[in-house]
Structures are given as C-alpha cells and as structure tokens.
Design a protein around this ligand. Sequence first.
Ligand code: EPU
Length: 418
Amino acid sequence: MQRLLMRGGVPLTGEVQVSGAKNAALPIIAATLLAPGPFRFSNVPVLMDVTTIGNLLERLGATVQREGDRLAVDTTVLHGTEAPYDLVKTMRASVLVLGPLLARMGRARVSLPGGCAIGARPINLHLAGLEKMGARVSIDHGYVEAVADGLTGARIVLDTVTVTGTENLMMAATRAAGTTVIENAAREPEIVDLANLLKAMGAEISGAGTDTITIQGGGELRPAEYRIMPDRIEAGTLAAAAAITQGDVLIRGARAEHLDAVLNKLRETGADVAVQPEGAIRVKGGRRLKSVDVRTAPYPGFPTDMQAQFMALMSISDGLSVITETIFENRFTHVAELRRMGADIKIQGTNAIIKGVSELSGAPVMATDLRASASLVLAGLAARGETEVSRVYHLDRGYESLEKKLENLGARIIRLTS
Ligand code: EPU
C-alpha cells in the first residue's frame, strides 16, 4: 500500500504548473460517445480517474491511446451499451456515459453508483431529466436501464444544482430532436468546458455558465480536437499549500477567474494573493493565518472540493472559524484525522467549528477520499515532525504528481511504495 511521508515546516517557494482539470476531462471523454470518429485531446491530466473512464470506453468498443498529456479516443465502432459495476464502483463519474450512450445507441445500462465516502449522492435528477426527454428508465439488479427510440427536447427544471446531472442532460440533449432548456443548471467552469467541446463537435448550445442552458438538438455531430481547461481545485490546493507553509509560490497555468471565492477567502486569512496578467497566481504567506468562516455552495460559491483543504488551514489559524458544508452530508471524514494531528475541531450537524491551535504535530493518518487526502497532505506540510498519509490511491485519483510538484517547491515529501 503506497504512502506519503513528509516532514513539515518548510515554507514552499518557487513555481508550479497546474495540470488539466479532472472534472472537465471526465465528461469531455464521455462526450466522445456521442459521435463516431477520432477525437484528440490535450492537457489531459495523468490520473487514475482518467484511466478508469478510458477503460470504460474501451469496454464499450472505443479505442483509447495516451501519449503524455494527449489522449486520442476513437468511437467509430461501439459494440456495448453497458457500464459495469466493477468500473462504476471505483468511480462514480462513470455515470457520465449514461446520457451520451442513450442518445447515440438508443439504450444504456449503467450500474447504479451507490453511496460513497462523502454522501449518498443519488442520480435521480439525471434519470428524471432523461425521462422528460422521452427515455424509459427502470432499475433492475442494481443497474439503471434507459431506452429511447429517439430523444426529444424538453424543458427540465433541476430541483438541486447538480454538476454531472447538468452534464449528462446537456450531452443527451445534443442528439434530441428540438430544443432542450435546462433550468437551475450548474454553472461550474467545467460545464462551460464541456459545452465548448460539444460546440466544437457542431452542437448548438447557449447559456452554459449561467443557470439556464439551451440546447438546439438533432444536428449532426462530428469528432473534434480540444484542450482541457486547467484544474481549478488543484490550483486552489497549491495556493492553500503556499499559505499554510507561509511560503511564496507562483502557480502557473491556472485561470484565476475560476477561483474568485477561494482566492478571496485566502486573502481574508491574511495571505498575499496576486493575480498576474496571464492568469498565474502568486500566493505569499509569511504570518499566522487569520480565522475565517467558510460556507460551501455551488459555483461561483466556495467549492465543496476545497472545503477539506481550507479546514487544514483553519486548524492552525489564530481564532475560531466555522466551516459549513452544504453540498454533501458526510464530507467531514478528514476531521478525525486532523484531530489526530492536534487540531481542535467539533462537528455540529453541517458545521465544523475549528479553534486554531498554534501548531499541528505530525502523525500517521489515513486518507478517506480525494479532497480529504489533500487536506492531510497540507496539514503534514505545516506540522512539526513527520506525517505519514496512507491510502494515497485516493490522492492519485485526482492530483497529478502532487508529491513531485510539492517536492519541487522544497517540501520534504517522499512516496513509500511498500
Ligand atoms: N444530487 C441529487 N440528485 C441527483 C444529483 C445530485 O440529490 O440526481 C445532490 C447530491 O447528492 C449533492 C448535490 O446534489 O448533495 C450536488 O451533487 P452534484 O451532482 O453536483 O455532484 P456530482 O456531479 O456527483 C461533481 C464533482 C464532484 C464535486 C461536486 C460538487 C465531477 C466528476 N464530480 O460531483 O467532485 O464535489 O460536483 O461540486 O465533476 C471531487 O473532484 O473530489 C468531487 C467529488
């Protein structure tokens, strides 16, 4: 079992490059199922989740080839319509093949993802939206089966903002006859990135990035070449690493405009955050962080995917802070591990009440999910002494070479493989 071993207390300094966005790459790769032919993508992060969606597409008959940050996907021939349990259980985002498969093949059978470490995470809104477009949906033996003789455009009002739900419906709508309007749509930059790929394929979409997306479906779709947007959560995590170690780091390749809520909170903590003209972000720490309250919300609010990392920061801030998680009901699993490092955190419902301590002390800790792992790494970088984070496979699902990037910034961190 691989682990990360680090000795904390080194202020990170230097420059670091952000990789492509996991949560943009996954729907974009799934979207290749919509149109037969060869697609080429660049800035594709080297991550376990990207390998998993590639494996899933191969099971469906596509060919997938990776070369560095490039990925070629050929969906000329598909011979399957099933996303099996063994793949879906390792990655919930596998559900993103549901909309495109149904739209192109007239049917899809996708294992129900089930709950996960951060919450129940149902897909009822994906299914209700597809039904509104004319699909017949049933659940049998743990699988969703969706069938349609041809989808038709519909007005779909999502009663909760859902990122992958919006993506699934937007993809399906590109092949549905007529107009689909998705209201209360997610506004995440990854939705815009997916819409841009779909437009490059010939789809007619307007409003992506707002809460109302209109898709004029039924036109011909063709393969495309596309460059994946930078990962805003990786950039935010690196910014938090600079602040928590009181370092001075230039984060290159990020799009600062995707990170307004995170950067504003960092500024409130007293970190010096400067955005350079081409989008690079410089974060300078240097003094003890001030405590700030954080409430997660759909974009453009503070991302739930940065909540755990911010909690690591607040655990050594100079006062009391309240972090409220509004998106997922169980996204506090890092709390017990941070406490093992000396953090003073109490949970009251959806609130974590954090009383900053003067320092954390290194300890063996266990990662429970992707962003929780990142939080433990941040805590370990700041803690006195040695921290060993086990189960780093969670981290590898969503951060490309994180320990190498941190090591280049001066962190004392190594991966233990036995
Ligand atoms: N929800 C429903 N019904 C649905 C769909 C969602 O009730 O049909 C609820 C969820 O239970 C949750 C809320 O709606 O309470 C929002 O969930 P959402 O559907 O937006 O989450 P997701 O699409 O499954 C994506 C990201 C997550 C990120 C969330 C929120 C991808 C592949 N995943 O998940 O990323 O936390 O949006 O921003 O885009 C991560 O990268 O670590 C990660 C978990």
